[in-house]
Design a protein around this ligand. Structure first.
Ligand code: FAD
Length: 396
């Protein structure tokens, strides 16, 4: 089998054929016929000049392939092909069962949505299961920074992994698996643990092949302690990417409501950075309710202070702030019910909930009350939103 390579492609379903990318490409790698705009894999050098000029985001598509799609094949497409499963030749080692185990973990994490989740209709098509336990990819640790104050008993880290030119095509909202070294008490390799990516698809640093994670040290936890103790230069075995529904719509006008606690902020950071890089800070349309015990223990508290209000309407909520009443995300949602109700009634709004499982009940109750206040039955509205790819829950 040929070595897998990353190929730049254009989504024919979303492309409006304005040819701006073709005019911008310094390598003349983009061309078109009456049907499609296509990318010549022999000429594209991933300079990324075409990405910001595309008005629809259809240019930002990638597949990892063993044999690049030819121009002739791309001209024929009505839609992008799915990511080919490069790991399927491992079936006889039981690896497929492990991919199923990762899928089951994700399905369990998404069950708070009340039914089968769907991706937003305009979301980019995700690559999944590119690497697995039998065939992981190695990343090198570029950085490990504590996000919470030393005074806080919660140790949450911002970890940056560099894939050194190996493909790791992640979308915001997806997770990757980390394999801790060593074996279980039964002598088996540790199963990968899932961690949401907290950087946008073009990398923690734009154009660099790196991915960031937001990991909380769990007392006695195998993988979280391994990750939180990683040093710059260490190598890590990674699987994934995983997840094909908790994704951002590719629509700059879509309004995004993000509700999170703790490390549930990871995908929200990725979403916010993606929007900021794609449409700038002026547009806005993002609202976040983010809960922690104290500012010291809220991941990214410092960096969040610098995010322009025009981009992100932030509601940071604390349950153990000295001298203040306990407040949870659902309390603030109720206090700001007009904002939430307005979003729930807008057909172009998308809701994302992420964090520890115990946040679900309170948030669900608040949404029920807020929806009732505007004459809506929450369960019916939720199911309708979920079926339209507009309601997403990921709790663990
Ligand atoms: P494990 O070793 O799996 O142990 C889990 C807990 O059980 C620990 O508290 C441990 O002390 C306890 N335990 C283990 N063995 C025993 C025993 N024998 N008796 C009693 N207690 C025991 N986490 C993040 O930090 N950031 C993220 O972005 C993130 N994203 C996720 C996304 C998804 C979709 C999912 C499903 C999970 C995500 N997680 C995330 C959680 C993460 O995958 C791990 O579950 C978490 O880091 C704990 O893994 P661990 O190996 O450290 O703990």
């Amino acid at each position: 089998m040929n070595k897998p390579i990353k190929q730049h492609l254009i989504d024919p379903e979303i492309c409006i054929r304005c040819y701006t990318c073709e005019m911008t490409c310094p390598e003349q790698a983009i061309e078109h016929d009456d049907n499609n705009v296509v990318v010549n894999a022999d000429l594209c050098n991933f300079c990324m000049d075409c990405i910001p000029v595309c008005p629809t985001g259809s240019i930002d598509e990638w597949r990892v392939v063993t044999e690049p799609y030819s121009l002739e094949q791309q001209y024929e497409w009505e839609e992008l092909p799915e990511q080919e499963d490069l790991g399927s030749d491992d079936a006889d080692t039981g690896i497929e069962a492990l991919d199923d185990a990762m899928a089951a973990l994700l399905a369990d994490a998404h069950k708070g949505a009340g039914g089968k989740s769907k991706a937003p209709a305009t979301a980019s098509k995700p690559t999944i299961n590119l690497y697995n336990l039998g065939k992981p990819v190695q990343a090198v640790v570029q950085g490990n920074y504590r996000l919470t104050e030393a005074s806080s008993d919660s140790d949450v880290r911002h970890i940056i992994l560099d894939f050194q030119g190996r493909p790791m095509p992640v979308l915001e909202g997806q997770s990757i698996g980390i394999i801790a070294p060593g074996t279980t008490d039964e002598g088996q390799p540790h199963l990968p643990r899932l961690y949401s990516v907290s950087s946008p698809r073009d990398g923690e640093r734009p154009g660099f092949n790196n991915v960031s994670l937001t990991v909380k040290r769990e007392e006695g936890g195998v993988c979280s302690n391994y990750v939180c103790d990683l040093q710059k230069g260490d190598t890590v075995n990674v699987t994934g990417p995983f997840g094909s529904t908790f994704l951002l719509p590719d629509d700059p006008d879509a309004r995004i409501l993000m509700i999170c606690t703790g490390t549930g902020s990871a995908p929200m950071r990725a979403f916010t950075m993606r929007r900021q890089r794609k449409v700038g800070t002026i547009h806005g349309g993002m609202t976040m309710f983010f809960g922690a015990r104290t500012p010291d223990s809220l991941p990214y508290f410092g960096p969040l202070q610098k995010v322009p209000k025009t981009l992100l309407d932030q509601h940071l909520v604390f349950s153990r702030q000295e001298g203040q009443d306990k407040e949870y995300v659902q309390d603030r949602m109720l206090a700001k019910r007009d904002i939430v109700a307005d979003l729930l009634q807008d057909p172009n709004s998308y809701v994302y909930i992420c964090g520890l499982r115990d946040m679900e009940d309170g948030v669900e109750q608040a949404l029920t009350e807020i929806a009732a206040g505007v004459g809506q039955d929450w369960t019916a509205l939720r199911d309708q939103m979920r079926d339209a790819g507009r309601y997403h829950v990921e709790t663990y």
